[in-house]
Write a protein that binds this ligand. Structure first.
Ligand code: LIP
Length: 335
C-alpha cells in the first residue's frame, strides 16, 4: 500500500489488517514447515517423514565464506513471495535472496514485507537444529523524526520448524508463542529481574563477516569481545540464528543479544518481538537504532543496556542517547 506524504507517520493499516497479516504468516509457516524440516534427520523431528537423504547443497555469497545460501532458501523465499503478493498485492517485498520487488520510495509512506526464508542457514547446512523463518511487516515513514527510526515494525513472525513453534508480535499488542501442533498460545515476557551484567546470560555470534560493515574497527571489535570474555557474566552463547537469539531475549531465556554486521531481514521480526515482550533495543553505535543500521543490542532491561554500553562497548553511560534508542513511540492509528 502506498499513501501520499502524510503530516505524521501514523500507521497506515487497521488493526484488522495487522491481524490478517499475522494469520497469513501463520499459514505460511505451516506450509513451509515440512519443506524445511524434511532436510533434517528424522531423529531431530517429532512428526516428520524424511524426504531428502542428505543435507542441502550450499554456495557462498559475495566471497564471504561464512555467508551460506542453499537451494531451499531460494525455494522457500519464492513460495513466500508468491503467497504474500497474492494475499496482499498492495504491499512491497524485500527478501534476503531476491532483494526488493520495487525500491522503497523515501518520500512516501510504504508498507512492505522483510523476509529471511531461513535464518540460521549455516545451522541448516550442518544439521544443527536452530534455524527459522523470519518475516516482518514494516512501514517506511517518509517524515524524519529526530531520534526515531524511519521504519516502524508492525508485525513480526519467527517460526522454528523443528519444534513447530511460531513466535509473533503485533505492534502495541504484545508478543506470543504459539505451538502450531495444538495451537496453545503463551504471552512472552523478557526477564525483568536481571538488572546487572554479572547475572546475565549473553548471546552473540562469531564467524560471519561482521567488521566489513561495522562502524567499529576489527581491533575494537576484538577489544569488546575480550572485555566480554573476561567479564564475570553467567555465560555467553552463540546459537547461529539472529532471529531466534532475539526470541530467546523476548522469552526471558537470554538477557542480552548483540551483533555487528547483521541485516534487516535478520532483525525485522525479532526486534518487534523483543520490544513487545518488554525488552529494550538499541544500536551499538552513537546513533538511533534502525533495522538497517547493521548492528543491534537487545536487552531485557534498561539497566542491562546501559551497563553493557558502558562496560563492553564504549565506556559511556549516556542516558540521553539511550532514551533515544528506546522503542518507537510514534503516534499510531489504533483502529
Ligand atoms: C545469519 C544469522 C546469524 C548471523 C549471520 C547471518 P542467515 O543469517 O542469523 O546469526 O551470525 O550474520 O546473518 O544468513 O542464516 O540468514
Amino acid at each position: 500500500m502506498k499513501a501520499s506524504n502524510t503530516m505524521s507517520n501514523q500507521i497506515l493499516l487497521s488493526r484488522e489488517l495487522l491481524h490478517k497479516a499475522k494469520e497469513e504468516l501463520l499459514n505460511i509457516c505451516k506450509m513451509s514447515s515440512r519443506k524445511i524440516a524434511s532436510y533434517y534427520h528424522p531423529r531431530l523431528l517429532s512428526n516428520a517423514t524424511q524426504l531428502h537423504v542428505s543435507s542441502p547443497k550450499y554456495s557462498t555469497k559475495m566471497n564471504n565464506t561464512a555467508d551460506l545460501v542453499t537451494e531451499v532458501d531460494r525455494l522457500i523465499e519464492q513460495d513466500i513471495r508468491e503467497y504474500l503478493s497474492e494475499k496482499f498485492p498492495e504491499f512491497g517485498f524485500l527478501g534476503e535472496e531476491s532483494g526488493y520487488t520495487n525500491p522503497i520510495n523515501a518520500s512516501t509512506n510504504t508498507i512492505y514485507w522483510i523476509v529471511d526464508p531461513i535464518d540460521g542457514t549455516t545451522n541448516f547446512v550442518h544439521q544443527f537444529p536452530n534455524s527459522c523463518i523470519s518475516i516482518g511487516l514494516v512501514q517506511h515513514n517518509s517524515i524524519n523524526i529526530p531520534g526515531h527510526s524511519s521504519t516502524t515494525l508492525l508485525v513480526g513472525m519467527v517460526y522454528h520448524p523443528i519444534s513447530d513453534i511460531a513466535y509473533w508480535a503485533i505492534i502495541n499488542e504484545g508478543s506470543f508463542q504459539q505451538n502450531l501442533n495444538n495451537d496453545e498460545i503463551f504471552q512472552l515476557s523478557v526477564n525483568k529481574y536481571i538488572t546487572s551484567l554479572k547475572h546475565a546470560l549473553v548471546c552473540t555470534e562469531f564467524g560471519s563477516y561482521e567488521s566489513r560493515y561495522n562502524v567499529q574497527s576489527q581491533e575494537s571489535l576484538t577489544t569488546q569481545r575480550t572485555k566480554l570474555a573476561n567479564y564475570p557474566v553467567h555465560g555467553i552463547r552463540c546459537l547461529g540464528s539472529a532471529a531466534l537469539n532475539l526470541v530467546h531475549v523476548a522469552s526471558g531465556q537470554v538477557d542480552i543479544y548483540y551483533q555487528y554486521g547483521i541485516h534487516a531481514w535478520d532483525l525485522a521480526a525479532g526486534v518487534l518481538i523483543v520490544q513487545e515482550a518488554g525488552g529494550m533495543v538499541s544500536s551499538l553505535s552513537n546513533s538511533p537504532f534502525d533495522i538497517f543500521s547493521r548492528n543491534v543490542l537487545a536487552c531485557s532491561t534498561l539497566e542491562l543496556l546501559k551497563e553493557f554500553h558502558k562496560e563492553i562497548i564504549d565506556g559511556t553511560d549516556t542516558l540521553g542517547i539511550l532514551q533515544e534508542f528506546s522503542p518507537d513511540t510514534q503516534p499510531i492509528n489504533k483502529q
